[in-house]
Design a protein around this ligand. Structure first.
Ligand SMILES: Nc1ncnc2c1ncn2[C@@H]1O[C@H](COP(=O)(O)O)[C@@H](O)[C@H]1OP(=O)(O)O
Ligand SMILES: [Mg+2]
Ligand SMILES: [Mg+2]
Ligand SMILES: [Mg+2]
Length: 355
């Protein structure tokens, strides 16, 4: 393995795999330690634990890189019961392959170190240097209802996404399985679920089964060419507060799309269109003030583009990951195969009245 970013890719995939094991354990626990954040969104012991495990692996391998991660440990420093619950999970979650676990640096020393590690995700981001961005559980609401969620990790270099990995424990492994709406009944440990999407800039995108030890072999994935808009399928958020679902319905109708949207939580949407299970992902702003977070889009943006797609905001600009922790200069997301992206964008702009 001598290709560019091969070490980063291997560590990212293994780190996401290990964190995914932790999230699945939490799903089966009776109490998920759910607390409400300042913005009223939920966070669980799974979010904190997964973030600790991923940052620990990154700091072991790339000690000088910065990290922009979603969660912070402040609440855990004053809530020792919650801290202990997370520590118990983190302490006892390993990959079941000794060599792979060794690559991630093994266990974290103690509960205090775990809190410090969680807080290493506090970089301001920006356009200079190597910055990893982590969403330890993307779609926490989906996670809680047994629907889709994703463990997301990307490497930015000078503001550009170079490596992206998304673990989706509840998506089918089969790349050609049709997209199904996220009704919250997808959580199962049966064979056939759990997929890891990855991409490296200039090297294409892959999917592989999400394992509990060494990495499974990957397959190249690509977006499906749309021959008839009437047969296209588009996906969007489950949450009406995250994306305007009445505008998306009007856009779909104007494009000639006849199928209803497939609603699913998290960056599972990016992975699903990248492998051709769906075609288009629309995320239409619901407020003028909400700024999308870089950890909600970085990995998906690269995976879709490396699979033959184009990703822009509603103004037609590429997502700019170099402005800080948020996509402050962008509004919404339009992801589609390259060949039809401009057609989709012009209908989006017509319906939204964007110049
Ligand atoms: N008002 C909002 N508009 C758009 N996205 C939001 C909004 N509030 C939260 N989000 C984020 O959208 C992501 C979920 O994406 P999706 O809606 O596509 O499933 C979550 O990361 C969620 O943040 P959080 O992690 O804090 O819940
Ligand atoms: Mg969250
Ligand atoms: Mg998220
Ligand atoms: Mg999250």
């Amino acid at each position: 393995m001598t290709s560019l970013y091969s070490k980063e890719l291997e560590i990212a995939q293994l780190a996401v795999q290990r964190a995914s094991i932790l999230t699945k354990r939490v799903f089966h626990e009776k109490t998920k330690g759910t607390v409400s954040k300042d913005d009223a969104s939920p966070v669980t012991i799974g979010d904190f634990g997964a973030q600790a495990l991923i940052i620990s692996a990154l700091k072991h391998n790339f000690p000088h890189d910065e990290v922009v991660a979603e969660e912070e440990a402040a609440e855990l420093r004053s809530n020792s019961a919650l801290r202990d619950q997370i520590w118990e999970l983190v302490r006892t979650t390993q990959l079941d392959d000794v060599a792979a676990e060794g690559l991630l640096g093994g266990a974290i020393k103690d509960a205090e170190s775990m809190l410090d590690i969680i807080d290493k995700g506090n970089s301001k981001g920006g356009r200079v240097g190597r910055i990893w961005t982590i969403d330890p559980i993307d779609g926490t609401k989906g996670f809680l209802r047994g629907g889709q969620y994703a463990v997301c990790l990307a490497l930015l270099e000078d503001g550009e996404v170079k490596v992206g990995t998304i673990g989706c424990p509840n998506l089918p492994v089969d790349d050609s399985a049709p997209l199904t709406a996220d009704i919250g009944a997808n959580a199962t440990d049966e064979e056939g679920r759990g997929v890891l999407f990855s991409a490296v800039i200039g090297q294409g995108a892959t999917s592989r089964p999400l394992k509990t030890g060494a990495l499974a072999e990957g397959k190249s994935i690509s977006m499906k060419p749309i021959t008839e808009m009437s047969n296209a399928s588009f996906c969007e958020s489950v949450e009406a507060g995250h994306s305007n679902q009445s505008e998306s319905a009007r856009i779909a109708q104007k494009l000639g799309i006849t199928k209803p949207s497939v609603r699913m939580d998290s960056q599972a949407k990016y992975g699903s269109i990248a492998r051709g299970a769906g075609d288009i992902y629309l995320r239409l702003p619901t407020s003028k003030t909400y700024q999308e977070k870089i950890w909600d889009h970085a990995a998906g943006d690269l995976i879709v583009r490396e699979a033959g797609g184009q990703v822009t905001d509603t103004k037609g600009n590429r997502l700019d990951f170099g402005v800080g922790r948020t996509l402050a200069t962008n509004s919404g997301v339009i992801a589609a195969p390259k060949a039809v992206h401009s057609q989709v964008l012009s209908v989006v702009q017509e319906v939204l009245g964007v110049k």
